[in-house]
Design a protein around this ligand. Structure first.
Ligand code: SAM
Length: 312
């Protein structure tokens, strides 16, 4: 049995943002190692109930072990949060959280193929039951498509050069392992001055493509919002500026007190007043304090946004 090692990021801030209190019904849509879920179950003792899901089977198992002492107070499921509406009914939960991206456990297990530190199969699937692997993408996609995802999802400025090199190398030997790919990317875009590995951004982009993370996030936000009760709060932690933009837009649209007819520009004379469907709990995203960043460097890029639902 592998130990699941993941320190929850912004743990206290997330509980405060959600407004957890004894009792109630809660949802953790990204269980990971169960760190946030454990915090919620502790703060909602003695009888708060938590539904938890993760698309990674190893995460659901690990969370189940961690939450064992709260017997009868939770139900866990392996699923994509995009499908949460098929599991829970409209207005079922008093608060929900999503802590996006990968867990430290996924990153630290070479066999999962997320790691740049140790060699492993080029996989990167959170749900290993099906779907294309990272090897399928780097060996099969057109050069232009690879360059586009490296640029758009990884903010990689040498995206074109890296994609060209990958296509040249794979004609000689298809990519099978993480370090093989990392080495080719480092050769195409060497950056001795950089603290992080030169392949970090491309690996992030590949992971997001393999797991269709942008699509899942859009559907997940809609689905989780639907299962929230009126007055319930949704707290989302992101580690990627593109994802934070999606969350920010989702909350802002619901917090608006006017709407603009479809297809029209947002100018004052076209605005029609309407009732806001959400309240932003804080205008600016909450970030980890210095002490947390020191203790857990992964928290450096974390941003937490919370909104309260004002509609049924
Ligand atoms: C940062 S970790 C969560 C850590 C967790 N909050 C904790 O305290 O241990 C993110 C988790 O979200 C899961 N995940 C990412 N996208 C998902 C999706 N679309 N549906 C369900 N789980 C997802 C990953 O498998 C990973 O385990």
């Amino acid at each position: 049995m592998s130990t699941f090692n993941h320190t929850p990021v912004l743990g206290r801030e997330l509980l405060e943002g959600l407004g957890v209190r004894p009792g109630g019904r809660w949802l953790d849509a990204t269980l990971g190692g169960g760190g946030h879920a454990e915090g919620i179950l502790e703060a909602t003792s003695p009888d708060g109930f938590l539904w938890g899901c993760d698309r990674d089977g190893a995460a659901v198992e690990a969370a189940g072990r961690r939450l064992g002492r709260f017997e009868g107070r939770h139900e866990l499921r392996r699923m994509n949060f995009a499908d949460v509406g098929e599991w829970l009914g409209h207005g079922t939960v008093d608060g929900a959280c999503m802590d996006l991206g990968v867990s430290s456990h996924q990153l630290d297990t070479p066999g999962r193929g997320f790691s740049l530190q140790a060699d492993g199969p080029l996989d990167m699937r959170m749900d290993t039951r099906g779907g294309p692997t990272a090897a399928d993408v780097v060996n099969g996609w057109e050069e232009g498509d690879l360059a586009r995802v490296f640029r758009e999802l990884g903010d990689e400025k040498d995206a074109g050069r890296i994609a060209r090199r990958i296509v040249r190398e794979r004609a000689v030997r298809p990519f099978a392992t993480t370090l093989q790919l990392a080495g080719v990317i480092a050769a195409a875009a060497p950056r001795p001055w950089q603290r992080t590995h030169p392949a970090t951004q491309c690996f992030q982009a590949l992971r997001m493509v393999v797991n269709a993370e942008v699509e899942s996030l859009g559907r997940g936000l809609e689905g989780v919002w639907r299962v929230l009760a009126r007055g319930g709060r949704l707290a989302v932690i992101t580690f990627h500026s593109g994802e934070d933009r999606v969350v920010k837009r989702f909350f802002r649209e619901r917090a608006m007190e006017y709407r603009v007819p479809e297809g029209q520009p947002d100018v004052p004379e076209l605005r029609e007043p309407c009732r806001a469907r959400a309240r932003l709990v804080s205008r600016k995203p909450v970030r980890a304090c210095e002490a947390e960043v020191l203790a857990n460097p992964r928290s450096r890029s974390a941003q937490l946004r919370v909104a309260e639902k004002l509609e049924d």
